[in-house]
Design a binder for this molecule. Structure first.
Ligand code: G6Q
Length: 526
């Protein structure tokens, strides 16, 4: 059996080092040399981590931790298509984890059979998608994506992030919540005659999605439009939604692509290719693929996701911080923290190890965030002066996407944005002393900065894959299975219990006695 996280030799060493972490507030603690020393780069993204509470000794011990947990070999097993989504000795999903194959479409593809087969399947879907887009020409202006969780968060975040590159006159809309107001708001804003609807559900059974699909179909019919000529499906082969007769076109995804890792499959590609064009989607996949390669690099300095994972583990397990704030200084990334929240918390919110044993160390942190500078005028107060320390991941872009900018009072808006970003990073780290305790900032708020030149499809693909692999590495090192989601399944089952009870109450049908359920339902009667 593999060594447990807290029994690895490097663990003890890191525990010792964590007793006196680097003091960023000390005089001369933050120097240009330090910033230069703790800097790494890959796929156009630079990671600046001199503002973390680390030293060379900490980094060396973290590197040992990675080696002792065989993190790199796990990454290779994942990308090669071994069945790693499993809990040994217990019933579990027993699947490969091959979202990386969805973008292994470029030079030097992986040679393992499962990875090759999955990449070939992805290629077939892209070919179908390309033909479909040519066939429809400019018949449609809008697309509505219906899906939830992994079938919504990533695609929505990506659409918002790349709207600047949309083809003229093309828009996307999203319906995810089973709250009927979500569907009504979107449906009222579109012209059914000029709109495609892509229904996305891997399982083809998700209550929210199937309900919203029915609402949308009825709406189209009520407007004299046949849904069969406008609705597309993205689903698992042989799922209940795999019924091409009901759709204008059907695209597939597979069990080995987890929902939260599916944005680079047809789950995101259909909508994004309609809006941006297929070539732009391929650029996004290329960026992700390049980062997939980086995640396999043996040297820590060159392996950005592994480096990010280890810094996160230092903050989580050794300095003991339970949350992480992801703060993009980019309005386009407004929903990116929500996407990361799912990737991170669904993957690593686990309490047992890969052998079904309870873990005795902290696993995934609570992840949250909002774009800066908006957050500065809101919750940053607590980050600066609250009683909890929150590690920060700042994301910045040197240039804006639209390049529509003006100098006002000597600087452009983009420069003002970046000035705020840099200022916060320094302030979090060094704090500020003042004789007035109310104006005193303790500092030592660990933070790191991820920077790229501009948020292009390529850069976004690389950024997303950076986080996917960072999360996977953390799971490998903690010894947990990051690829299942029993918590989500529970929600699906519990809601059904209540809807069944509602039906029983309405129809007078017999149902098993359930006093608590009935009492709660009675509370709904206003
Ligand atoms: C993601 C989760 C979950 C899933 C949704 C939608 O990893 O499994 O968020 O994506 O529950 O599932 P379907 O795509 O099957 O409708």
């Amino acid at each position: 059996m593999a060594q447990k996280f807290n029994e690895m030799p490097a663990y003890g060493k890191l525990e010792q080092l964590a007793k006196s972490p680097y003091d960023l507030t000390a005089k001369e603690a933050l120097t240009p040399e330090r910033l230069e020393r703790y800097r790494a780069e890959a796929c156009g993204w630079r990671l600046l981590y001199g503002t973390e509470r680390i030293t060379d000794e900490v980094m060396a011990a973290l590197e040992q931790l990675a080696a002792q947990s065989q993190a790199l070999s796990w990454m290779a097993r994942m990308q090669g298509g071994e069945v790693i989504n499993r809990i040994e000795g217990f019933e579990s999903e027993e699947r490969e984890v091959l979202h990386t194959a969805m973008r292994d479409l470029f030079d030097n593809p992986r040679s393992e059979e499962p990875a090759k087969k999955a990449a070939a399947q992805a290629r077939t879907e892209h070919e179908k998608l390309r033909k479909f887009l040519t066939q429809i020409g400019d018949r449609f202006t809008d697309i509505v994506q219906i899906g939830i969780g992994g079938s919504d968060l990533g695609p929505r975040a990506f659409y918002l992030a790349l709207q600047a590159y949309a083809q003229e006159g093309r828009r996307a809309h999203f319906i995810s919540n089973v709250d009927p107001d979500d569907a009504t708001r979107v449906l009222r804003s579109i012209d059914p005659k000029r709109t495609l609807v892509v229904v996305v559900s891997k399982s083809g059974t998700t209550l929210e999605t199937l309900t919203n699909e029915t609402l949308a179909r009825r709406y189209f019919e009520a407007h004299g439009v046949d849904p069969k000529d406008h609705f597309l499906a993205v689903t698992g082969e042989k799922s209940p939604m795999d019924d091409p007769k009901r759709y204008l076109a059907s695209f597939y995804m597979w069990d080995y692509v987890g929902g939260r890792y599916s944005v680079t499959s047809m789950v995101g590609a259909v909508m994004l290719a309609f809006v941006l064009g297929h070539e732009e989607v391929l650029e996004l996949l290329r960026g992700a693929h390049e980062m997939d390669r980086v995640a396999c690099r043996p040297q820590l300095r060159g392996n950005l996701p592994l480096l990010g994972a280890l810094l996160g583990i230092w903050n989580r397990n050794f300095l003991g911080y339970p949350t992480v704030a992801v703060l993009p200084y980019s309005q386009a990334l407004e929903r990116f923290p929500a996407h990361l929240q799912q990737c991170n918390m669904e993957s690593n919110g686990k309490h047992i190890d890969r052998h079904g044993q309870p873990v005795t160390w902290a696993t995934g942190p609570i992840v949250w965030g909002e774009p800066g500078t908006n957050g500065q005028h809101s919750f940053y107060q607590l980050i600066h002066q609250g009683t909890d320390i929150i590690p920060i991941e700042l994301i910045g872009l040197c240039a804006s996407q639209y390049e529509q900018d003006l100098e006002v009072q000597g600087t452009s808006s983009q420069e003002k944005l970046l000035a705020n970003l840099l200022a916060q990073s320094v302030a979090f780290a060094t704090g500020k002393s003042d004789r007035n305790p109310n104006k005193q900032f303790e500092g030592n708020r660990p933070n790191q900065l991820l920077m790229a030149d501009r948020l292009t499809p390529h850069a976004l693909g690389a950024l997303m894959a950076y986080y996917e692999h960072k999360i996977a590495f953390q799971g490998f090192i903690w010894g947990i299975n990051s690829f299942d989601q029993e918590g989500v399944q529970l929600g699906k089952v519990l809601a059904k219990q209540f809807t069944d009870q509602m039906i029983a109450q309405r129809t007078g049908a017999k149902s098993a006695p359930w006093p608590v359920g009935e009492a709660l339902l009675n509370q709904l009667k206003l």
